[in-house]
Every structure is written in structure tokens, then in C-alpha cells.
Design a binder for this molecule. Structure first.
Ligand SMILES: [Fe+2]
Ligand SMILES: [Fe+2]
Length: 193
């Protein structure tokens, strides 16, 4: 349903389970970045009214996810650590050439966002199915549903604002590229690592 071409090796969950503090820290920043991305789309594309409306709602939802993760960190007696770079996202964002028309740039940003939501959703699903800590597994199950909706929304906007066939082709190419990045990942206690 997510279109991803390479599933994550479930053994990634074993790595995560050994370091819950690191995964929660990384996860908190994923939510913060999702909120920041939504704000940035509003600033860059204010004339796309439907997009601005949906992004306004999304900022709230993503920052509420950030709060949920942050509260969990505090409940464990920890303090939120510093953000670290997300190699997956850095590599992913190299795929589309820079520049092009405004519409092209919008479509590229929407497709990147859709893919990051899709992969996050896949990772959350795996956590919800495989984590020994059933309470934490349930937490990830609920978030998985939210991120799946975001994936659908971003892909829908890309198809609405761009040329449908061109967008679908770009999406397939991006999925292939993402699978090639994922081959070398699945070894770290980060959401996309
Ligand atoms: Fe989220
Ligand atoms: Fe999201």
C-alpha cells in the first residue's frame, strides 16, 4: 500500500530495542522536522490555498506527535538530546535536480515528503509488530496510521498540482532510488537509519 520497493529487515527492531533512548530522540526530531517542512511549504507556496490549509493542520498534528514523544522521554527520566543528521533524508533529497518551474519544485518537495512519510510509516508498523514492550508497540501502531494518511495526502497533492503521468513516473523513479539507499541502511537505532 505504501509502494516501497524494499522492506526493512525486521532485525532492525532488535537494534532499536537495545537503545530506546536513541530511537525516541531521533523520532522526536523526525516529528519536529515534519512540522518544519509543513511550515516551509506554507511559506514557499502561499497561493496554493488547499495546500496551505492542510499544512496548517499538519503542523499542529506533527508538533503534537513531537510532544507525545518528548513526554515519553521525560517519563523515562531522560532529557531530549541534540539532533543528529539524518543520512537517509540527506541522500534522498539529492534525487531531483535543483531548479525548474515553481510547480516542478512543489511536486518534487511533495514527493519527497510523501516518501519520508511512507518509510516512517513502514518503520512504525515494524515497531508496532515486533517490539517486546507492548505499550510502546501500541504507541507506534497509532502513529503508523497518522503517517499513512500523510503519505496519501502528499502524494495526492503532487498528482493534483503536477501532470499526473509525469508525477507517477517521477514517483516510481524516486521509489527505485530510495530502495537503493535502503540497501545500506537498517543498521542503526534511528527511524530511518
Ligand atoms: Fe508525525
Ligand atoms: Fe507525518
Amino acid at each position: 500500500m505504501l509502494g516501497l520497493k524494499l522492506p526493512t529487515d525486521p532485525r532492525w527492531v532488535n537494534i532499536v530495542e537495545k537503545n530506546i533512548e536513541d530511537i525516541l530522540t531521533d523520532h522526536a526530531y523526525c516529528e519536529q522536522k515534519a512540522a518544519s517542512t509543513a511550515i516551509s511549504l506554507i511559506v514557499s507556496f502561499p497561493e496554493y490555498t488547499k495546500l496551505v490549509t492542510e499544512m496548517t493542520a499538519l503542523v499542529k498534528e506533527e508538533i503534537s506527535h513531537f510532544k507525545m514523544v518528548h513526554d515519553r522521554i521525560l517519563a523515562k527520566g531522560w532529557v531530549l538530546g541534540r539532533d543528529r543528521k539524518d543520512d537517509y533524508v540527506i541522500q534522498l533529497l539529492k534525487f531531483f535536480p535543483k531548479g525548474g518551474s515553481r510547480t516542478t519544485q512543489l511536486v518534487h518537495r511533495l514527493l519527497y515528503a510523501a516518501l519520508i512519510e511512507a518509510r516512517s510509516c513502514e518503520r512504525f508498523r515494524l515497531l508496532s509488530e515486533e517490539l517486546e514492550d507492548k505499550e510502546l508497540a501500541e504507541f507506534y501502531r497509532k502513529l503508523m496510521v497518522s503517517e499513512a494518511n500523510h503519505y496519501t495526502m502528499f502524494l495526492g497533492f503532487a498528482r493534483q498540482y503536477g501532470d499526473r503521468n509525469e508525477v507517477d513516473q517521477k514517483w516510481q523513479n524516486l521509489l527505485d532510488y530510495e530502495a537503493s539507499i535502503m540497501k545500506n541502511l537498517g543498521k542503526n537505532e534511528t527511524i530511518h537509519g
